[in-house]
Every structure is written in structure tokens, then in C-alpha cells.
Ligand binder design. Structure first.
Ligand SMILES: Nc1ncnc2c1ncn2[C@@H]1O[C@H](COP(=O)(O)OP(=O)(O)OP(=O)(O)O)[C@@H](O)[C@H]1O
Length: 238
């Protein structure tokens, strides 16, 4: 199991008490499969992504990424694991205005210490994979919203992550461009065998996912798996 969220509870300070953002949440996502998390605002979707990304440590429970139990890791090991095994696509692309599309990807991976020619080759290969082979030299203001989101996705794949976490990738896009970005995520998930989790408000494209799980008041319930496709993710029985 490439991503395992195991019985995770997360609370935040709330006045004199605590607010339970995640209530005994479990989720399994195999390599090469894509799970959508839907649910109303405030139900805990972003909290789940933050915990899965190891950016937030839960009160209890554990997150296992590519076989490593992150609850046993110190901060330095955890950030190394995050850098090397987890790709994160935030809602807003947050691209640097002065860099070209290819440079946005290269700068991400510089810390990994790989030679720059190799990084450049990988950046161009990924831009090609997201349909932007001819935009490698363009800066963000020369790209459309959909194209910027594609750069964002390609950037998250630079370090060949095992787990890909995607937050509301279609929220700033029209229906057609949103559908194209989701198709791309499905293709990349299969080709690169990532365990992909996608938070979305948009129920229009859920038939493309292997599995949809619903958050409500910090609890996660599994939806029906898609009829066909690779091994689907699951929410284990409590
Ligand atoms: N840093 C924080 N401190 C305190 N409470 C928080 C914090 N982050 C989230 N919460 C609370 O935790 C609950 C879950 O929030 P979360 O952002 O995970 O929900 P969400 O489903 O992602 O919402 P949205 O769809 O609006 O982004 C909410 O009640 C929210 O107010």
C-alpha cells in the first residue's frame, strides 16, 4: 500500500476546548490509483491532505508513505521523505513570475542535488507529458490558467513521488479545462504509478476516479468503487 492513513485523529485548539477536524479517519490508496475526497466546506478535506502530506502531525494514528511509518520519523527524516516521495499540488499554482515553465520545475528539484542537465531533461519530459512541450520557455503571465495548473502538476512530479496529493485542481477552471486537467491526472497516476488523492468540490468528473470517499464532520466514508480500472483505493472498515 503506497499511502496508508491509519485511524488518524486531528484536533485544533478551539476556545477552551478542541475542535475535531479528523475523527478516526482511515484511507488506503494503492499505487496507480486515484481517490477523490469530496465533502462540504469545513468537513476536514484539507486537514486530511495536510496530514497525508506529513505537513501536520495528527494527535493519534499514523500515516505510512511508500512503506515508511511517518509517525516514527524525526522532523528532518520526515521532510526528506516529503521532498522525495510526496508531490503536492496546491489549489493556486504559486508559480514564480520571473521563471519559465521549465525553470519552475528545475528549481523545485535543485535541492535533490541532481546535475542540472538531467533536471532540465526531466523538466522537458514532464512538460511534454502534461501537454506543454511548446511552452517550456514561457513565463506564468504568458500561460492560461489551465496551462499554469499543468505546470503546477508537472512540478509536483519532478522528484518522482510515490504519493501525489492534489487540492481542488479544477476550482479556477471552466468545465472543459477542468475535465482535461482531471483526465491528465488520471493518465499521470497510471503512467507513473502514483497513489493519488484529489480533494474536490466538483462532483462533475467523479466517474473518472477509481474511488470516491466523502468527508462529513471529520469522518470519512467510502463511496462505491468505479466499475472497472486498476486496484482501487479503499476506506478500511472501522
Ligand atoms: N489551523 C486551524 N486552526 C483551527 N481550526 C482549523 C484549522 N484548520 C482547519 N480548522 C477547522 O477544522 C475543520 C476542518 O477544516 P478543513 O479546512 O480541513 O475543511 P475542508 O473540508 O478542507 O474545508 P474547505 O472545503 O472549505 O477547504 C473546520 O472546522 C475548520 O474551521
Amino acid at each position: 500500500m503506497t499511502l496508508l492513513v491509519d485511524d488518524v485523529t486531528l484536533t485544533y485548539p478551539d476556545g477552551d476546548g478542541r475542535l475535531t477536524a479528523l475523527d478516526a479517519v482511515s484511507l488506503e490508496v494503492p499505487a496507480g490509483s486515484l481517490t477523490a475526497i469530496v465533502g462540504p466546506s469545513g468537513s476536514g478535506k484539507s486537514s486530511l491532505l495536510a496530514v497525508a502530506a506529513t505537513l501536520v502531525t495528527p494527535d493519534s494514528g499514523r500515516v505510512v508513505v511508500a512503506g515508511r511509518d511517518t509517525s516514527l520519523l524525526g522532523p528532518a527524516e520526515k521532510s526528506a521523505l516529503r521532498r522525495e516521495r510526496i508531490g503536492i499540488v496546491f489549489q493556486q499554482p504559486n508559480l514564480l513570475a520571473s521563471l519559465t515553465a521549465a525553470e519552475q520545475l528545475q528549481v523545485m528539484a535543485h535541492v535533490s542535488g541532481r546535475p542540472s542537465r538531467q533536471l532540465r531533461r526531466r523538466a522537458l519530459e514532464l512538460l511534454d507529458a502534461v501537454g506543454l512541450a511548446d511552452k517550456a520557455g514561457k513565463r506564468p503571465h504568458e500561460l492560461s490558467g489551465g496551462q499554469r495548473q499543468r505546470v503546477n502538476i508537472a512540478r509536483a512530479l519532478m522528484n518522482e513521488p510515490a504519493v501525489l496529493l492534489v487540492d481542488e485542481p479544477t476550482s479556477a477552471l471552466d468545465h472543459e479545462r477542468g475535465a482535461a486537467v482531471l483526465d491528465l491526472l488520471v493518465t499521470l497516476t497510471r503512467e507513473r504509478a502514483t497513489a493519488t488523492v484529489l480533494v474536490t468540490h466538483d462532483r462533475a468528473h467523479l466517474d473518472r476516479m477509481d474511488r470516491t470517499a466523502t468527508m462529513a464532520d471529520g469522518r470519512l466514508t467510502a463511496g462505491a468503487p468505479a466499475a472497472a480500472g486498476p486496484p482501487s483505493a479503499s476506506v478500511p472498515a472501522a
